[in-house]
Ligand binder design. Structure first.
Ligand code: NCD
Ligand code: ZN
Length: 343
């Protein structure tokens, strides 16, 4: 049987929620990944170091006995975040980054930043204290087509941020377009990016394949095939600016299969296997370890993991749903067959 053994990976963009959903989803991540950057878009959002530490404790309590998993916490930037809080975050050994959500751009982003120019003093503080900025790079202008929102954000905000704060480390989260790939490639080494499994595996047709497919709806939305091909090329290029971030974003099935379905794909159940599928199709399995296990740690200036994981090429069927006691979450590729399995 064909197998692939790589250094244990990390997930550099993950939503685990809290309460009962946290208990359902976290074991899936802990089974595969040593660490994950935890997104702060809870209700209410995680805006202070004190809240991040409390959330970290809740996550640690959900790690199954015998599993070794480290959550890396982030703060949610708002119009009222203070320079003092940024300094506290930089000094905390548990907070690793600050997340910028343009207000209204995605799930639980209402408290995000409405006027990006107004947060420049905070970005200056992050640059000074060397605290990375994580960006949901989409404009929220109602008149801007949803498929153009990432490209326009880069043109109208991200380039300016990078030019004004050249030493600020920035992760452009969940890239979806060829233009974003191009921006990251040609920017300074302070700019890197995460890429999700769904954006490597699907183009926008997957939203409308024989009918509306709510489980393929995430933000930024899936794009055209030529964008997907650019993402696959970037992820499999061996360029350390591109690394693994699943953006696994669980929502109850009832909130996805809904007249106003939530944005987010739950992929944690098979994250590494889904990436292996994408890399295998591109005949680039030799590039998976750098993408999944090295480049993110290097960018965040954390040590690389030392343990190993093994994938084998054998088929298995993804369950229709995960969870119990009132939690039911439909995973990405529910009911479908995957060709790689973590052993
Ligand atoms: C994420 C979520 O549900 O929290 N949804 C998504 O579609 N990716 C938020 C985000 O990362 O945009
Ligand atoms: Zn996300």
């Amino acid at each position: 049987m064909k197998t692939l053994t790589i250094t244990r990976p990390d997930d550099w963009h993950l939503h685990v929620r809290n309460g009962a959903v946290l208990k359902t989803v976290l074991p899936h991540t802990a089974r595969q990944f040593a660490r994950a950057i935890i997104m702060p878009n809870l209700k209410p959002p995680v805006t202070t170091v004190a809240q991040a530490l409390a959330y970290r404790d809740e996550i640690l309590q959900a790690v199954p006995a015998g599993m070794d998993f480290t959550p890396l916490m982030t703060l949610y930037l708002t119009g009222s975040t203070t320079v003092e809080e940024i300094k506290r975050a930089a000094q905390s050994k548990y907070v690793h980054a600050v997340k910028l959500y343009p207000a209204g751009a995605t799930t639980n982003s209402d408290s995000g930043v409405a006027d990006i120019d107004s947060i420049y003093p905070l970005l200056a503080a992050m640059e000074k204290h060397d605290l990375p900025l994580l960006v949901h790079g989409e404009v929220t202008d109602e008149t801007c087509d949803i498929f153009d929102r990432e490209r326009i954000f880069i043109e109208s905000h991200l380039s300016a941020i990078h030019n004004n704060f050249p030493a600020l480390r920035i992760v452009v989260e969940h890239l979806t377009t060829a233009e974003a790939v191009q921006f990251v490639q040609s920017a300074e080494a302070t700019i890197a990016a995460t890429i999700t499994p769904q954006h490597l595996l699907f183009n926008r047709n997957a939203l409308l394949a024989g009918g509306l497919r709510p489980h393929h709806y995430c933000l930024p939305i899936l794009k055209r095939e030529h964008h997907r091909l650019a993402l696959v090329a970037a992820a499999t290029s061996g360029n350390p600016k591109f690394f693994l971030g699943t953006d696994s974003a669980p929502h109850q099935t009832s909130l996805k299969e809904n007249a106003c379905g939530c944005a987010g794909c739950f992929s944690a159940h098979a994250a590494l296997e889904l990436y292996a599928e994408a890399f295998d199709r591109a005949d680039a399995l030799d590039k998976l370890e750098g993408f999944a296990s090295f480049y993110g740690a290097d960018f965040y200036r954390l040590p690389r993991n030392t343990g190993m994981v093994t994938l084998e090429k054998s088929t298995w069927q993804v369950p229709e749903t995960y969870g119990d006691n009132g939690v039911a979450i439909t995973p990405l590729k529910a009911g479908e067959t995957l060709s790689w399995k973590l052993v």
